[in-house]
Design a protein around this ligand. Structure first.
Ligand SMILES: Cc1cc2nc3c(=O)[nH]c(=O)nc-3n(C[C@H](O)[C@H](O)[C@H](O)COP(=O)(O)OP(=O)(O)OC[C@H]3O[C@@H](n4cnc5c(N)ncnc54)[C@H](O)[C@@H]3O)c2cc1C
Length: 345
């Protein structure tokens, strides 16, 4: 592995923040990575495993070694009456894998089409969209324990998946490099079109016969029309998670604000409230909205307030500061604490 010094990460994060890493190297195989850790040459440096950089905000330079995953490969390793098991290298593009499944009529991740990033990062936050999360099709993964340089197998229970969450973001934070993920795809599709936007889009597309391909196409159309393309406008998708509230809190919000508050019912007493909607109701000054707000090159996307954007040369600190102001204003108006989804460095 070739190690570069003082390396610009601008092309390696979708916010296009011009942060530098003290050392940088790409790895193409598990052996590369194991040899790197075996050598102990960088044993005192912090390590950052990087995928597509689409869920990360660099607020400063990285004082350590960035290891960019460039492993590839997808193979069917098992099959039964109902399922096909596909093992995918962590450095494969997530959307490339979704297309691989769509082409082979393997169901389960068509709703997750066009999510940027690599397969290895998908379990980190249990990526999800349009009513589906990867935990629904996850079988197992292999990860390298960085300090012990040992490969460990994780089952679905070991990963402790939650909403945009897993053990890798909590108790195993910075301890493992995920090497590959095995997914259990369905031979018989169980279509999930509960999200209004998908149904609407399928109608617009004049689809009368549901298929994996049609759902994937619908999701791609919706995402392209709503979300900024990181190649054009720097962003990392949803900046905050959708908070959960109970029925008492929801009742109080209705009493206080007399607004029609859009929520998604999780169970009898738990509701997910849309962070984008909360942000839209608040602004830098009273009577204004964050949606479409721009200060210098940092802003809040005009079609979706949940997405913070870099219009040019914003620094990570500027984006972070804007996120902090948004958090404070939502807390002041609604008493709700927003939690960041993006990993802050
Ligand atoms: C336009 C846009 C839309 C998006 N929409 C969605 C969406 O609908 N749903 C959703 O869930 N997310 C969404 N995201 C966020 C993002 O795409 C996902 O979280 C994705 O899984 C991140 O992958 P990545 O390879 O870019 O991760 P990176 O940003 O490179 O890394 C993210 C974190 O994972 C760690 N990491 C990465 N790879 C490994 C590995 N192999 N082993 C150990 N740690 C690792 C990194 O150190 C970092 O902490 C969106 C982002 C953008 C830009």
């Amino acid at each position: 592995m070739q190690i570069q010094k003082n390396y610009s990460l601008k092309n390696y994060n979708t916010f296009h923040i011009d942060a530098y890493s003290k050392y940088f190297s790409a790895f193409h195989s598990t052996e590369d990575l194991q040899n790197f850790f075996q050598s102990k040459k960088f044993k005192n440096e912090s390590i950052l495993i990087l995928g597509g950089g689409s869920n990360i905000l660099f607020t400063k330079n990285f004082d350590g070694v960035v290891l960019k995953n460039e492993t590839t490969g997808m193979e069917t390793i098992n099959e039964d009456e109902k399922h096909v098991y596909v093992k995918v290298a962590a450095g494969e593009g997530w959307h490339r894998f979704v297309m691989y499944c769509v082409e082979r009529n393997l169901a389960g991740i068509e709703n997750l089409s066009l999510i940027p990033g690599y397969v290895g990062a998908a379990p980190m936050q249990n990526i999800g969209a349009y009513g589906v999360e990867i935990k629904d099709v996850f079988h197992s993964l292999e990860a390298l324990h960085i300090l012990k340089n040992k490969i460990i197998n994780f089952t679905v229970n070991d990963c402790e998946f939650g909403y945009r969450d897993s053990a890798f973001k909590k108790k195993y934070k910075n301890q493992f490099a995920i090497l590959n993920v095995t997914f259990r795809l369905n031979k018989i599709p169980d279509y999930n079109i509960a999200y209004g936007a998908i149904k609407e889009e399928l109608n617009k597309m004049n689809v009368d016969q549901l298929s994996i391909q049609a759902i994937s196409d619908a999701v791609i159309n919706i995402r392209t029309s709503k979300l900024p393309d990181p190649k054009i406008i720097g962003n990392a998708g949803s900046f905050f998670k959708n908070p959960e509230i109970n029925s008492h809190q929801l009742h109080q919000l209705h009493e206080l604000h007399h607004l029609n508050i859009p929520v998604y019912k999780l169970d009898e007493d738990t509701f997910k409230i849309y962070a984008g909607w909360l942000i839209e109701q608040c602004g830098p000054e009273s009577g204004t909205s964050w949606k479409g707000y721009r200060k210098g090159n940092a802003g809040c996307y005009d079609k979706q307030a949940l997405v913070l954007v870099n219009y040019g040369n914003a620094t990570g600190k500027e984006i972070y500061k804007l996120s902090e102001e948004i958090k404070i204003s939502v807390k002041e108006k609604f008493g709700i604490e927003l939690e960041r989804e993006v990993n802050i460095i």
